[in-house]
Design a protein around this ligand. Structure first.
Ligand code: S3P
Length: 172
C-alpha cells in the first residue's frame, strides 16, 4: 500500500464502521472510528454533544480528533459522514492515508438508518428527504476527496471488503 492508513468516507449509514472493522481484520491493521474516539474523549455520546453544544462545536472537536488520528500509521479509519465538510480534515487524512469513498444510493442509506436515533442531523419529520438534501450537497465533496470509489449498494460486507483489498493492492 502506498500510504499507511486507509480512510473510509461516506454518508451516514453507508457502513463505514462495520466495513472498517471487517477490513481491519482482513488486512491485519488496527481500526479506529472517529466518532467513537470523540465519544470516549468527551465522555459524551454524539447526540449529547450536538444537543448540549451544537453542531459547530462538534465540528471543531471532530477537526481536532482527525488531526490527531491522522498522525497514526497502520490504521483503518472510519470517519463521520460530515468529515468532508472541512477541507482541512481531508488534507490531514490524505497526508498519510488512502481515501476510500463508500458510495451508497439513498434507499440503501435510508434502510440502514431508519429508526436509529443516534444521528442528530436525521432527527427530522422526514428523514428520507433530509438524506436526499444532504446527499445532494455532499456527493461532489465525497467524490473529490476520494482516491478510490466503491459502490456499496446492495452488496455484502465480504464482497465490499474483497473489492477494497483488491483496489488497495493495485495502489502498490
Ligand atoms: C454526521 C455523521 C455521523 C456523526 C454526526 C454527524 C454527518 O457519523 O459524525 O452525527 O454530518 O454526516 P456517521 O456517518 O458515522 O453516522
Amino acid at each position: 500500500m502506498k500510504n499507511n492508513n486507509v480512510v473510509l468516507i461516506g454518508f451516514m449509514g453507508c457502513g463505514k464502521t462495520s466495513i472498517g472493522k471487517n477490513l481491519a481484520n482482513t488486512l491485519e491493521l488496527n481500526f479506529i472510528d472517529v466518532d467513537q474516539y470523540i465519544e470516549n474523549k468527551m465522555d459524551r455520546t454524539i447526540p449529547e454533544i450536538f444537543s448540549k453544544k451544537g453542531e459547530q462545536y462538534f465540528r471543531e472537536v471532530e477537526k481536532k480528533a482527525i488531526e490527531t488520528i491522522s498522525e497514526e500509521s497502520g490504521y483503518i479509519i472510519a470517519t463521520g459522514g460530515g468529515a468532508i465538510l472541512n477541507f482541512e480534515n481531508i488534507n490531514n487524512l490524505k497526508k498519510n492515508g488512502t481515501i476510500i469513498y463508500l458510495k451508497a444510493e439513498i434507499d440503501h442509506i435510508y434502510n440502514n438508518i431508519k429508526g436509529d436515533d443516534n444521528r442528530p442531523l436525521l432527527q427530522t419529520d422526514n428523514p428520507y428527504d433530509t438524506i436526499k438534501v444532504l446527499l445532494t450537497e455532499r456527493e461532489n465533496m465525497y467524490e473529490k476527496a476520494a482516491d478510490i470509489i466503491i459502490d456499496v449498494t446492495n452488496r455484502t460486507i465480504v464482497d465490499i471488503v474483497n473489492c477494497i483489498s483488491n483496489n488497495l493492492k493495485e495502489e502498490l
